[in-house]
Design a protein around this ligand. Structure first.
Ligand code: GDP
Length: 457
C-alpha cells in the first residue's frame, strides 16, 4: 500500500488530561513536516530529545517536551512516526492538538487507526491486533498474561507456520497435477503430501484440545446465583460484591434483567449473575426476565443454588440438578437462624465429600471464607490448561476446527483419490488459516475487530 495514499494522523494516545504526562502520536508521511513546524527540527531516530514546542502561527512556546522520532519502516505502524511527551494539562494538550491540526495533510486519528495501519503494513497480524485490544482491556493478571502472549504471536505464529506447511503439501499435489505427463516428476507426490497433512491435522487438534478456556478468560468464569425466592440470593450477591470491590452492571434489556457482577478472584475474572427473578409469573415483562435468567443460568459454568434452611420446605427447595448442564453447588443459607439444626446436620455431614455443599449466612457472613476459597480453587482449576491457549475467541476455535475438517476431507480421498479434490481441500485449509491471521480476504471482519479500539491506539 503506498504510504502517500494515507493522510497523516495524530491523536492523544495517553489517558484523559489532566495527568502528569500526555503522549501525542503522529503517524504518516507528513510527521516529519509536523515536527519541523512545531519543534524546528527532526530529532535523531529513536532517541528521547528535549525540545521546545512552539505554536507555528505566532512562535509562542507551548511547552517543553520530549520528542521521539521513529522513521519508517522501524516503527510501530511501519510508517514514519513521532511521539511527543508533554505536560499533561488540558490547555497544553489542546494547544498542541490545535497546532498539529493546522499542519497541512494532518488530521485527527479515528479509533484504532494507528493499529489498523500497523495491520495494513504487516507489522501485526489479526490475532496480534486482537491480543492488543485484550491487553488494553485486561483487568486481571491472568487476562493480561494471555493477551500479551497473543500479541506476541502465540496464536498467529502457530497458524502461519501451519499455513505454510499446508501450502508445501499443496505444492506437491499441484506439481503432480500440472506435470503428470512429464517423466522427471515422481509418480507419487500425493502420498507424502497426505502424510504431512495427517501430521498437521493431529498437531492442530492436539493444540486445540490443550487450549483450555482461553475464550472464557476474556469474559470471566460465569457463576450464576439461583434458587427459590427469598432464599437470600440478592443478599449473597451484595455481600460478595462488597467484599470483592466488584463492578455491578445490569445487563441492558428488559426492566427485570439479570444483574452481572464482575470481580477479580485471586487473579481470575469471575462474572456473577444474579438470577433473582427465577420464578413463574404472569407478567409478560417479568416472564421475559425469567426466561433470560434461566437461559443465563443454564449457560453458566457453575451454579450456586441457594436455599433457605430456616424454611419448612427444604426438600422442595433442593434443585433437581438434571435441569442444568453446569456444575452445581448447594448453598444452605440463613444458618444463623438454625444454628442448632445445623449442628445436628453437620454431624451427619453437611459439607459433602465432593465439597459442593456449603452452609453459609449471607446476612452475617458466616461460611463466606470457605465459599470464596472454594470458588478460587474452582477458577484456578478451570483456567489451569489455559496458559498456552492458542484460542482466545470463538473466531479462532472456528478457524482451527474448519482447518481440521478440510484436512480430514483431503485425507479421506486417500493416496489413490482425486488429486484435484485433495488440492482443493488443502487450499481451503490454508485459506482458513490465512483468514485467521488476516493474510487473505478479511475485509468483512476488520470492522468488528477494530470497533473496540479507542482513539490514539
Ligand atoms: P432473594 O429473593 O433470594 O434474592 O432473597 P433476598 O436476598 O432478597 O433475601 C430474602 C430475605 O432473607 C431478606 O429479608 C434478607 O434480609 C433475608 N436473608 C438473606 N440471607 C439471610 C441470612 O443469611 N440470614 C438471615 N437471618 N436472613 C437472611
Amino acid at each position: 500500500m503506498p504510504m502517500m495514499a494515507h493522510p497523516t494522523i495524530f491523536a492523544l494516545s495517553s489517558g484523559r488530561p489532566p495527568a502528569a504526562i500526555a503522549v501525542v502520536r503522529i503517524c504518516g508521511a507528513q510527521a516529519r513536516v509536523a515536527l519541523k513546524r512545531l519543534i524546528g527540527r527532526v530529532p535523531a531516530p529513536r532517541r528521547a530529545t528535549l525540545v521546545r514546542l512552539r505554536d507555528p502561527e505566532n512562535g509562542e512556546v507551548i511547552d517543553e517536551a520530549l520528542a521521539l522520532w521513529f522513521p519508517a519502516p522501524r516503527s510501530e505502524t511501519g510508517e514514519d512516526m513521532a511521539e511527543l511527551q508533554l505536560h499533561g494539562g488540558h490547555a497544553v494538550v489542546a494547544a498542541v492538538l490545535k497546532a498539529l491540526g493546522r499542519v497541512e495533510g494532518l488530521r485527527l486519528a479515528e479509533p484504532g487507526e494507528f493499529t489498523r495501519r500497523a495491520f495494513d503494513n504487516g507489522r501485526l497480524d489479526l490475532t496480534a491486533v486482537e491480543g492488543l485490544a485484550d491487553l488494553i482491556a485486561a483487568e486481571t493478571p491472568a487476562q493480561r498474561r494471555q493477551a500479551f502472549r497473543q500479541l506476541k504471536g502465540l496464536t498467529g505464529d502457530r497458524a502461519e507456520a501451519w499455513r505454510r506447511q499446508i501450502i508445501e503439501a499443496l505444492a506437491l499435489v499441484e506439481a503432480r497435477i500440472d506435470f503428470s505427463d512429464e517423466a522427471d516428476v515422481p509418480e507419487d507426490l500425493v502420498r507424502p503430501a497426505l502424510h504431512d497433512a495427517r501430521q498437521l491435522r493431529e498437531e492442530i487438534a492436539a493444540a486445540l484440545a490443550n487450549s483450555g478456556h482461553g475464550e472464557r478468560l476474556r469474559d470471566g468464569l460465569t457463576v450464576a446465583i439461583a434458587g427459590p425466592p427469598n432464599a437470600g440470593k440478592s443478599t449473597l450477591l451484595n455481600r460478595l460484591a462488597r467484599r470483592e470491590a466488584a463492578i455491578v452492571s445490569p445487563i441492558p434489556g428488559t426492566t427485570r434483567d439479570v444483574i452481572e457482577v464482575h470481580f477479580n478472584l485471586d487473579g481470575f475474572p469471575v462474572t456473577l449473575l444474579d438470577t433473582a427473578g427465577i420464578r413463574e409469573s404472569d407478567d409478560p415483562v417479568e416472564q421475559e426476565g425469567v426466561r433470560r435468567a434461566r437461559q443465563r443460568a443454564e449457560t453458566a459454568d457453575l451454579v450456586l443454588w441457594v436455599i433457605d434452611v430456616s424454611a419448612t420446605d427444604i426438600d422442595a427447595q433442593i434443585m433437581t440438578k438434571s435441569d442444568l448442564t453446569s456444575d452445581v453447588w448447594e448453598l444452605r443459607n440463613k444458618v444463623d437462624l438454625v444454628v442448632d439444626k445445623l449442628c445436628k446436620s453437620s454431624e451427619s455431614g453437611i459439607t459433602d465429600s465432593a465439597g459442593n455443599l456449603f452452609a453459609i449466612s449471607a446476612a452475617t457472613g458466616a461460611g463466606m471464607d470457605g465459599l470464596l476459597s472454594a470458588l478460587s480453587a474452582y477458577a484456578q482449576h478451570y483456567f489451569a490448561a489455559t496458559e498456552a491457549s492458542i484460542v482466545t475467541r470463538a473466531r479462532h476455535r472456528q478457524a482451527f476446527e474448519e482447518t481440521i475438517a478440510a484436512l480430514d476431507r483431503a485425507l479421506a480421498q486417500g493416496g489413490s483419490g482425486s488429486e484435484e479434490l485433495i488440492a482443493e481441500e488443502l487450499r481451503a485449509a490454508a485459506t482458513t488459516l490465512g483468514r485467521l491471521t488476516g493474510r487473505v480476504d478479511v475485509e468483512d471482519i476488520l470492522d468488528v475487530i477494530f470497533r473496540d479500539f479507542c482513539i490514539g491506539k
